[in-house]
Design a protein around this ligand. Structure first.
Ligand code: SF4
Length: 377
């Protein structure tokens, strides 16, 4: 089981309360982006292309706490940028733990060994380490050699000290299913609590626009990877969302399920798109024209999206909306389906996709901050 019972119970109680109150639109996870700057420059990233004066800005701890209280979601994911670069990250984490929020601190782990003494193990704190596959694939994906080994060292130390550690993996077109499955084995051997997966989203700002997955390719890739599943693999996300990625279920997007707060305010409508900002969470809910978003809306920006920030909340909502959803989630969680599938097994025997020959060249200004020691806070 990839998610502890106490967290599952907190989320279940929260969602059922929303249902009883008749709240159709409720947040499940606050995506709190305290800064955009990073010590990596991944080709698929849509966050680090801001000009230097924006990359130097960050939210204060008080702004982070106000956002968490305003929104009320039981879970807070802290992506970025690289949150370990934030000068007040210890205070932010401690404040959110004191508010009993289940925090996923998303990090590339390049600074984890250096900063780990800032944190105390807690059931509320999880280091969610960005790992996009085995060594060669991960280093290629983040455009920097040695990053996989650094992250593994950070994971080992965090696990040894009793922290909750998960991995988060974004898969792009050209991912090799056999290698991804071998990567799952590696992560389980490291002792991580569970893994999180998502297909990449084609950010307008991302330098590499060629390797994002369309919906049909996404379903085929995830079905090949997640069918005929090894019992030892644990995933730290809704099993119904994984079935959605495999093409076994269809969901409409719930962009309000994982609202995003950053230095510009509450981002409309979701973590991926930037159609303006609201000053308060209530304004975000009231002033966003939600019918313009999601695959069914006809919005071309949503056409190929199957990303967790839009669809995982849909899967969780389904779990608590019907007996069928509850039974399906309970079956997958408690008994762990193998998802036997001969076509997927055959696909594993196909030759692996050709590996791109070189790193994507990033079009960034020479003055843009890239390394931690180049950033003045
Ligand atoms: S489909 Fe994707 S891009 Fe569109 S609103 Fe939902 S999460 Fe955002």
């Amino acid at each position: 089981m990839g998610v502890p019972i106490s967290q599952m119970w907190t989320v279940a109680r929260y969602v059922l309360t929303q249902k009883i109150r008749g709240n159709r639109r409720y947040p499940l996870v606050l995506m709190l982006e305290p800064l955009f700057r990073c010590n990596l420059a991944c080709a698929g990233c849509g966050k680090i292309q801001y000009p230097p004066h924006i990359l130097k800005m960050h939210l204060t701890p008080e702004q982070c706490f106000k956002a968490a209280e305003e929104c009320g979601a039981p879970m807070v994911s802290i992506p970025g940028g690289e949150p370990l670069l934030h000068p007040n990250i210890q205070e932010i984490v401690e404040g959110l733990v004191a508010r009993r929020k289940y925090i996923y601190l998303c990090t590339n782990a390049r600074l984890l060994l250096e900063k780990i003494d800032l944190f105390k193990p807690s059931k509320y704190l999880t280091f969610s380490v960005h790992m996009d596959g085995q060594r060669e694939h991960h280093d290629f994906s983040v455009c920097r050699e040695g990053t996989y080994d650094t992250a593994v060292a950070g994971i080992r130390e965090a696990v040894k000290r009793g922290f909750r550690v998960t991995t988060n993996t974004t898969l792009f077109d050209g991912a090799d299913p056999r290698s991804v499955r071998a990567f799952f084995d590696e992560m389980m051997e490291l002792g991580v609590e569970g893994m999180m997966l998502s297909p990449g989203y084609s950010y307008d700002k991302a330098p590499d626009q060629q390797h994002f997955l369309g919906r049909a390719k996404t379903r085929k890739l995830f079905s090949t990877i997640l069918s005929n599943r090894e019992k030892k693999w644990r995933f730290n996300q809704s099993p119904l969302f994984l079935e959605f990625l495999m093409g076994r279920r269809s969901y409409a997007c719930t962009p309000w399920g994982m609202p995003t707060y950053n230095i510009f305010g509450w981002q409309k409508p979701c973590y991926l798109l930037q159609d303006g900002y609201a000053e308060t969470f209530q304004e975000l809910l009231a002033a966003t024209d939600w019918k313009n978003y999601g695959t069914e809306s006809g919005n071309p920006k949503c056409a190929n999206c199957m990303v967790h920030s839009g669809y995982e909340a849909s899967a969780v909502d389904h779990t608590f909306s019907s007996v069928g959803g509850l039974l399906a989630a309970a079956k997958a969680t408690l008994f762990g389906g193998n998802y036997a599938n001969q076509a997927a097994l055959d696909a594993l025997s196909e030759p692996p996709p050709p590996h791109p020959a070189k790193f994507v060249q990033l079009q960034v200004s020479a003055s843009a901050p890239r390394q931690r020691d180049e950033v003045s806070v």
